[in-house]
Design a protein. Sequence first.
Length: 150
Amino acid sequence: MSHLQSSTFGRVDYQADEPFRLIAGLAGFPGEEMFLPVQIPEQFPLLYLQSVLTPSLCFVALPVTSIDPDYELSTAEELAAIGLSADTQPGKNLLCLALVCFDENGGAAANLRAPVLVNTTTRVAVQAVRSDDRYPIRHPLGASKEESSC
């Protein structure tokens, strides 16, 4: 059993096969490649992505299908990079997460344009930045679009 000291959660014990590796990191966070998913049952479907390297770095995420049940992936390249076929959609073998940001007024928005795709079997992940504008970078959660500006 391994552990890390999180600024958000304190000591977190985990199995060696629980973290996932973002093969190209996250945009704006060079060197951050290993993340431990932390789920608090009372906050389902929220999922926290705790950096294994940086105790103070933790992202809030939601499965894209909890925001948009009809969400469609656009890129075969990113799926291939994590070992999945081009027709794979979110489900058993693929976790597709939208990162959530918060604004100064307490509003929240999810980034549907650049989800994190996780191959749940191999624990390899990639941030799939869409080149189209089908989905917004800031999709408001529980508020009107005018209220969210994170």
